[in-house]
Design a protein around this ligand. Structure first.
Ligand code: DUC
Ligand code: ZN
Ligand code: ZN
Ligand code: ZN
Length: 483
């Protein structure tokens, strides 16, 4: 049984050309003119692109006294509806819990996934057990480790732990990742705001100003440099953090920044909405920023100083958000976006001329496949690659509305936004999961994507050898002053 995508224009991160695509056994087996197959998908007027990869999701995650409401079934269904064919979720050990134990929990949840997936492992505490188990995690194909520099008293790790874990990542050929916000300062600002009577969702934004993100991003970059490990900074939301990443990259450091579709398209005025629910539904960390920061993020994508657009999809219902009535620090942090990332970025990026279609493919799929070392299995339209594809209709429009979404929550932060550019077909390893808006997903179809470590690349920093292998200076003669 073969499937052929006919009459489309293939768009990859570096090429645009007319060709048909043949798929057999979930794999692309031929690319060329006038192909025939058992099942034919008409791509007339459409672009045939690598399916999106969202490297930042929190599905069914225990967090802030509850669980995020999209699980691997609804979350990956939302992903496919919007043209995303792979998600990378964060396996999150509770402090004190073993990494392999957490991994088993995540494998259990992801059995319901409709599309392929991988994980990053979070380092939420430090000790000999964590150090040892990091090797086992890498052996299981999970080669990226996330560190929270915020959420003091819960998930946060301190600088000594960060440095130790970064060193371990370097030795294992793994990628270090950070949520970069200064958790100590956030805790102080939050306490002060509450003491002064600021209890509403707008205080959440005041408690996490750009400075806390800029400081932590700089700190993580410097610590990663000293540890000799490549660094991926998740949810880069402001110019201060972007500036640090830009500078590091210009210095030849392997550092990547990931703006979210929410930060690119929604601004801080959302927190001043008179309706408490409206504002609280948009509480996430880092918070939405002002227009100057948004301009900086777009410029980063255009110039290449920022590499990936993700969602940090972490969906809570209105009822869950209301845990924080009277105390903004108890509003579960997180917003959805899995279904809307690709159409929103196309509409506000490609249709405005800020991004080319090829750049769109790079930042939604190919760049992260390379960073996470699963390219060209994912992120490519090549013979031998997985047939994770989206047939993208640039003329198709809709108005985003919670009533029509796949996500399990009762609202959408992009409600009312008009998008132009939507999937006609989304294919997960060759299986048509979405056809003209009709959802044909298959629970459990998704497979785990194991990734290899990359020992050569993480030792690219010039300072690494000197910093990790110091030699005592040999001197002769008697020192001029006492020893
Ligand atoms: N930020 C969020 O808003 N939610 C999940 C975790 C995070 O860092
Ligand atoms: Zn985060
Ligand atoms: Zn996150
Ligand atoms: Zn299947």
């Amino acid at each position: 049984m073969s499937t052929v995508i006919r009459n489309g224009t293939i768009v990859t991160a570096d090429l645009t050309y007319r060709a048909d695509v043949r798929i057999e056994g979930g794999i692309i087996t031929e690319i060329g003119p006038d192909l025939a197959g058992d099942e034919v998908l008409d791509a007339t007027g459409c672009y045939v692109m690598p399916g999106g990869i969202d490297p930042h999701t929190h599905l069914e995650m225990p967090f802030m006294g509850t669980y995020s409401s999209d699980d691997f079934e609804s979350g990956t269904r939302a992903a496919l509806a919007g043209g995303t064919t792979m998600v990378v979720d964060f396996a999150l050990p509770a402090p004190g819990q073993g990494l392999m134990d957490a991994l088993a929990m995540w494998h259990n949840k992801s059995g319901r996934a409709n599309c392929d997936y991988s994980y990053h492992m979070a380092i939420t505490w430090w000790g000999e057990q964590v150090f040892d188990e990091m090797q086992a995690v890498v052996d299981q194909g999970i080669t990226s480790f996330k560190h929270f520099m915020a959420y003091k008293g819960a998930l946060m790790v301190n600088d000594d732990e960060l440095y130790a874990s970064f060193r371990r990542c370097a030795d294992l050929g793994a990628l270090a990742m950070v949520h970069a916000e200064n958790g100590d300062v956030v805790a102080e600002l939050s306490a002060r705001l509450l003491a002064e009577g600021n209890r509403g969702p707008e205080a959440h934004a005041y408690s996490r100003p750009p400075q806390v993100e800029g400081e932590a991003t700089n700190r993580a970059i410097m610590i990663a440099d000293m540890a000799g490990v490549p660094l991926y900074v998740v949810h880069t939301s402001c110019e201060e953090a972007h500036e640090a990443i830009r500078r590091a990259r210009m210095q030849g450091k392997r550092v990547w920044g990931e703006p979210l579709i929410q930060h690119l398209t929604l601004d801080e005025s959302e927190y001043f909405h008179p309706d408490w629910d409206h504002a609280a539904r948009r509480v996430m960390s880092p918070p939405f920023r002002n227009r100057q920061h948004q301009d900086s993020l777009w410029a980063g994508l255009q110039s290449g100083s920022l590499s990936v657009v993700a969602t940090d999809h972490c969906a809570f219902t209105t009822e869950q958000k209301r845990f924080g009535v009277g105390d903004f620090t108890k509003i579960p942090n997180g917003t959805g976006g899995l279904e809307d990332r690709m159409p929103m970025l196309w509409t506000q990026g490609v249709n405005t001329g800020r991004l080319t279609p090829n750049e769109f493919v790079a930042v939604t799929s190919t760049n992260i496949a390379k960073i996470l070392n699963c390219y060209p299995k994912k992120g490519a339209v090549l013979v031998g690659a997985d047939a994770d594809l989206v047939v993208w209709d640039p003329e198709k429009t809709k108005v985003i509305s919670a009533g029509a979404q796949q996500s399990a929550i009762d609202y959408n932060v992009f409600e009312g936004k008009e998008v132009k550019g939507l999937p006609r077909f989304t294919l997960s390893r060759g299986k048509v999961a979405v056809a003209d808006g009709e959802i044909r997903t298959e629970e459990g179809h998704g497979q785990f994507v194991a990734r290899e470590p990359r020992p050569a690349v993480n030792r690219a920093l010039s300072a690494w050898k000197e910093l990790t292998a110091p030699r005592a200076v040999e001197r002769s003669g008697i020192p001029a002053t006492g020893v």
